[in-house]
Design a protein around this ligand. Structure first.
Ligand code: PLP
Length: 389
């Protein structure tokens, strides 16, 4: 049979709603509209100088080539150092995979572990890419919804596990809620994965962007059989280096890391040479920039909360980390897509509808933008909402 029909995958896998809103806001701005973009997923911080210097020095060698597929030894050593600092052990090079962002780590993980008939569990609200990625890998996403608030309980997680469950995906602090799973939950999730002999994929991309003295519990501290556990991280959020596209996965399960590496070798071959040197320099350079970023984000969060509190009928959970606030606007319109569209048209403010994260009625408002934009953006939202009362 010869025709030009797209595959089921090609027809049905959805766009990333967050990337879509970024593109829309950018297009409207280009048309001259004074758009305030509170839908973004990257800190406005400039790149660390060490990363910039490393790129320039590398470029000047005029030696920009393929690198070892699973990552350069230098970057793996820097990731090992990072893992020692924050997770308390030094992983061996063959237990580390460097990829084009934490996103590709997750993708490699799913391609290497799941197939048709398998289920992958994750809580709502979830990062927009989880359901589509699980589907792309041929498995079935199983969304666990909290009966109360924005965080599931351990019992709710446990109840979702079936004979078909292959993996649990957890993201803490969470995009979009900004909430951290506490020690009891993380310990329970690690033990649950071990008892049931399924994978636990910890998406720790925001684990250092935490406020009020909070700390993210370390899953490795509770692991008795580290074969189940995979931890993903990267430079995107930590250093505001989203454009480098460098993330990494660490697991003591060598055959898993090796299989994930083969997925990568057959798709992107390797990572960008310049990006790897820049990420190495960022990881080994002055780390004060992380504290500076956290302080700035914490102040931004406080400014955002103060503004949101002025809007009646909006329910807010104080974010403990990340740079997102996931507020309940259902009093104004339970259809978050329609409300986000209304706010974009009437208030010229871009936010992301909660529906994209599996929780309608909410809007995700980013506080990684400039402070003046946060204040004016929420004031514009408040004015536009008044018209709906
Ligand atoms: C929860 C979560 N995981 C992973 C990623 C991907 O990060 P990276 O830029 O490292 O691919 C993001 C980016 O927005 C995210 O929010």
């Amino acid at each position: 049979m010869s025709d030009l029909t797209l595959s089921k995958r090609g027809q049905h896998i959805g766009d990333s709603p967050t990337l879509k809103i970024n593109a829309l806001a950018r297009a409207l701005k280009k048309e001259g509209k004074p758009i305030i973009h509170l839908g973004g997923g990257e800190p406005v911080f400039p790149a660390p100088q060490a990363a910039v210097d490393a790129i320039i020095a590398k470029a000047q060698t005029r030696n920009i080539k393929y690198t070892p597929s699973s990552g350069t030894p230098e970057l793996k050593a820097a990731v090992a150092h990072y893992t020692q600092t924050y997770y308390g052990y030094t992983p061996a090079p063959d237990t580390i995979l460097i990829s084009a962002g934490a996103k590709q780590i997750l993708f490699n993980f799913l391609l290497a572990t799941v197939q048709a008939g398998d289920e992958v569990i994750f809580p709502a609200p979830y990062w927009v890419s989880y359901p589509e990625m699980v589907k792309l890998a041929g498995a079935t996403p199983v969304i666990v919804r909290p009966a109360k608030g924005l965080q599931i309980t351990l019992d709710e997680l446990s109840a979702a596990i079936t004979d078909k469950t292959k993996a649990i995906l957890l993201n803490s602090p969470n995009n979009p809620s900004g909430l951290i799973f506490d020690e009891k939950f993380i310990k329970g999730a690690v033990e649950l994965a071990e008892q049931k002999n399924i994978f636990l994929f910890m998406d720790d991309i925001y684990h250092q962007l935490v406020f009020d003295g909070n700390k993210c519990p370390n899953p490795c501290a509770y692991s008795h059989n580290s074969q189940n556990l995979v931890i993903a991280n990267g430079v995107s959020k930590l250093y505001g280096l989203t454009g480098l596209r460098i993330g990494w996965g660490v697991s003591e399960n060598r055959s898993l890391i090796s299989a994930m590496g083969r997925m990568q070798a057959q798709s992107t071959s390797c990572n960008c040479d310049l990006s790897e040197v820049a990420a190495t320099a960022a990881l080994l350079g002055d780390q004060h920039c992380i504290d500076d970023l956290c302080n700035l984000l914490e102040q931004n969060r406080n400014v955002l909360l103060a503004q949101l509190q002025k809007i009646p009928h909006v329910v807010v959970h104080k974010p403990q980390g990340t740079f997102y606030c996931f507020a309940d606007f259902s009093y104004y319109n339970a259809d978050s897509q329609a409300l986000a569209q209304y706010l974009l048209e009437k208030a010229l403010v871009a936010v992301v509808p909660g529906k994209a994260f599996g929780m309608d009625g909410h809007l995700r408002i980013s506080f990684c933008a400039a402070r003046e934009s946060i204040v004016e953006g929420v004031q514009r939202i408040a004015a536009a909402l008044k018209n709906l009362l």
